[in-house]
Design a binder for this molecule. Structure first.
Ligand SMILES: [Fe+2]
Length: 284
């Protein structure tokens, strides 16, 4: 299995709006995460900028198109493009989502949830093993932010994820905002979830902002990290240790300095510094 330089500390999701700022200012950020699917064209401006940024920063690849939970055959064209990008960028690691997005070869714009059953578990494990064999490295799978739960599920999400990571010998990208969104929408306890997750499998943590729709939480990645999510993050760091963590912001993208301030809060928690509750609220 391949391994590339590791990442540490609180990074930021790289977005096109900040290319020029980063190239001009070389901000003090330990690493960036990029959306793999946006760099599959191996020519043109995006990959050119990414290669320049990669000269100065470690990078992790995070995708949405693997459709690991689908019953469609694995998309070899997608995996080939991902592998070529990884060969070129040498990422710290590669991740995608516990979800399906394709059916009969047709792709959706949403990450769709799965029921937590033995049948789905075995299906996922087999496919993750195939992907890892193809890529020549272990991958990280991110926990979802579902709005519904399935009556067919025979185990909790954390039990499912622990079994999946153990059987497929893969890792978990623990998105603590997703934990809170799922816990609120589906009715479980975020802190119990964190305490039950196998900490040895957690290789990255995501932090993001949801939108409160009153009768449910919507995972928009368009707000500062909310106070309850910071509290879950603190619990996750206590449980899992000093895991590289990322500020994800995908809609209504603010100035880069706002993201740096969010990353600084995460870094303070990683460093074991007590952060006051009122200091965890950002005005974007
Ligand atoms: Fe995430």
């Amino acid at each position: 299995m391949k391994s590339y330089p590791s990442i540490q500390g609180a990074g930021i999701g790289l977005r096109t709006e900040h290319y020029q700022y980063i190239l001009n200012n070389k901000p003090s950020i330990p690493w960036f995460e990029v959306l793999s699917d946006n760099y599959f064209g191996l020519g043109g401006q995006p990959i050119h900028v990414l290669e320049k940024i990669r000269q100065d920063y470690p990078v992790a690849l995070h995708g949405v198109g693997m459709s690991i939970g689908s019953t469609d055959p694995l998309n070899l064209e997608y995996l080939t493009r991902l592998k070529k990008l990884a060969d070129r960028i040498e990422p710290a690691h590669i991740s995608d989502h516990l979800a399906w997005i394709s059916v009969n070869g047709r792709y959706l714009n949403e990450l769709m949830p799965l029921p937590y059953t033995e049948e789905v578990l075995n299906h996922l494990v087999e496919r993750i093993l195939q992907v890892q064999e193809f890529l020549g490295q272990r991958i990280l799978i991110e926990n979802p932010s579902p709005y519904v739960s399935f009556p067919q599920s025979t185990m909790s999400e954390w039990e499912f994820i622990n079994e999946m990571t153990r059987k497929a010998d893969c890792y978990l990208l623990l998105d603590v905002n997703n934990v809170y969104v799922a816990a609120t929408n589906c009715g479980f306890n975020s802190f119990e979830y964190i305490s039950k997750i196998d900490p040895t499998r957690v290789k990255e943590i995501h932090l993001a902002g949801y939108e409160d729709k009153k009768d449910y939480l919507f995972d928009t990645h368009g707000n500062p990290v909310h106070p309850p999510v910071w509290e879950i993050y603190q619990a996750a760091i206590q449980h899992c240790g000093n895991v590289p963590s990322l500020i994800e912001w995908d809609t209504d993208i603010p100035e880069f300095e706002v993201l740096m301030a969010e990353a600084a809060k995460a870094q303070a928690i990683l460093d074991g510094i007590q952060v006051k509750k009122e200091d965890l609220v950002t005005v974007a």
